[in-house]
Design a protein. Structure first.
Length: 447
């Protein structure tokens, strides 16, 4: 593969790495490392011996898996028990130091790996705002938030600049996984190789500093910001952070100092700001993962996040209350938010939504239809149990039939949670020894 990489990239890396270059180049001839991250809400204790799991040292819920196992095809994946995620990409969310109850923003969030990781840190308590500027990618983000059973996330499709007037000084933590030239993904994504140029690197660096400026305004005094990329380019890494620090003296670098990562390289840029050696580079010839960069930045001061108007909730619709009672379906803490006929349950501190492009606000409960509620797939994925459940083995033919959209024989009555080895997969409705299928058509798999 090395011979297929852009000449300008190769020449730059030879110059930067010197004696290390041969080891770096050799890493491209080794098989890629693939990883998954368990969902503490649904899959923390799952035994997955067939996947050949070994721990990712910088992420407690992260594991390498045997690529031949193909865990993305397992029903456990559709149940949100784990998220397939490149091992190095697990580092930035870990560095953000999120705790339950915080207000957290993932500013460039699609496809959702880091957002779902941050949600796990919040453990259902607090507010997670996930934003993505590109509409199609934002839809994928919303789908992954749903699949992982996350109830306290607001998913937006906004330009980062549009968030500043609304959320100035609001968040405790901000993650900027910045759009970049993707050099660290050359081994994984052929498109990154085809799209690379020196002009692309310069364009990305200019865009990154603009995004960081917005992120700085959204963070409260004393808050923490993590900036990350999947590129090796100093212009996009130490260069972007240096430029940001020089124009934002109220920010400083918190040294990462991980035994698994290499220090940043201030000597690779001109006029470096103080502290850049405390940033981190993840090199594919030093660890089992692709190329990444991360910087942890602290905003000076110490003050709570700014209070902003919240979205008014409504009284619990009687259809929701009746369904919850008959189906034994629990509800998270929060307030009811209507979207036309659809009803969501959102955190109490959900901000005012008017003027924002909202894809998801909390947990979708269902759609009101003439005195009844059609329950949402999202509610099923969040639930752990109900009044009626049907738990199937992952290799059970009935499970394959359910995921294909068929009705299946089952001694169940009324709305039933179909589970795979204890993890909820979706809804069915039992009557007369049959379970009518309510698995979403878009997710069904042909037999």
């Amino acid at each position: 593969m090395w011979a297929l990489l852009p000449e300008g990239f190769v020449l730059r890396m030879k110059k930067l790495l010197g004696a290390e270059f041969d080891a770096f180049a050799a890493s491209y001839d080794r098989p890629r490392n693939v990883g998954l991250r368990r969902n503490p809400q649904k899959g923390a204790q799952l035994a997955l011996p067939e996947f050949g799991l070994t721990p990712v040292p910088w992420c407690a819920d992260g594991f390498y898996y045997d690529a031949a196992a193909r865990p993305g095809l397992s029903p456990l994946h559709e149940a949100g028990c784990y998220y397939l995620q490149e091992p190095s990409a697990m580092a930035p969310a870990e560095l953000l130091d999120v705790e339950p109850g915080m207000r957290v923003l993932d500013l460039c969030a699609a496809p959702g790996g880091k957002s779902t990781q941050l949600a796990a840190k919040l453990a259902g308590c607090g507010l997670l705002v996930c934003n993505e500027i590109h509409p199609k990618r934002a839809q994928i983000l919303a789908q992954n938030i749903e699949r992982m059973g996350i109830a306290n996330a607001l998913v937006l499709n906004e330009h980062p600049k549009n968030l500043s007037p609304r959320f100035d000084g609001y968040f405790d933590r901000v993650l900027v996984d910045a759009p970049c030239s993707g050099e660290g993904m050359f081994r994984k994504e052929e498109a990154a190789v085809a799209d690379w140029s020196e002009e692309t690197v310069a364009m990305c660096a200019a865009r990154q500093i603009e995004i960081l400026r917005t992120a700085a305004s959204l963070l409260r005094p004393g808050g923490r910001l993590v900036y990350s990329t999947c590129t090796f380019a100093p212009q996009e890494n130490e260069g972007t952070i240096s430029a940001f620090l020089q124009e934002h003296p109220d920010f400083s670098v918190i040294p990462i100092g991980s035994p698994y990562f290499s220090p940043g390289r201030p000597d690779w840029i001109a006029d470096p700001a103080a502290g850049l050696e405390g940033t981190a580079r993840l090199w594919p010839h030093h660890l089992r993962g692709e190329g990444h960069f991360a910087a942890v930045l602290q905003k000076s001061g110490d003050a709570p996040g700014r209070q902003i108007p919240t979205e008014p909730g409504i009284k619990a619709p009687k259809e929701v209350a009746e369904f919850a009672s008959t189906a034994g379906a629990a509800l998270p803490e929060g307030k009811f938010i209507p979207f036309g006929a659809r009803v969501f349950l959102a955190p109490e501190e959900l901000p005012m939504l008017r003027g924002l492009r909202v894809l998801r606000c909390g947990l979708e409960l269902g759609e009101l239809r003439k005195g009844r509620l059609d329950p949402a797939h999202a509610w099923a994925l969040w639930l752990q149990t109900g009044a009626s459940t049907l738990d199937l083995d992952r290799n059970d033919p009935l499970l394959r039939r359910y995921m294909a959209g068929e009705s299946i024989p089952a001694d169940c009555a009324g709305w039933t949670l179909v589970q795979v080895e204890g993890c909820t997969l979706g809804w069915g409705k039992g009557s007369g020894g049959q379970l009518k299928n309510h698995y979403p058509k878009a997710l069904r798999r042909p037999l």
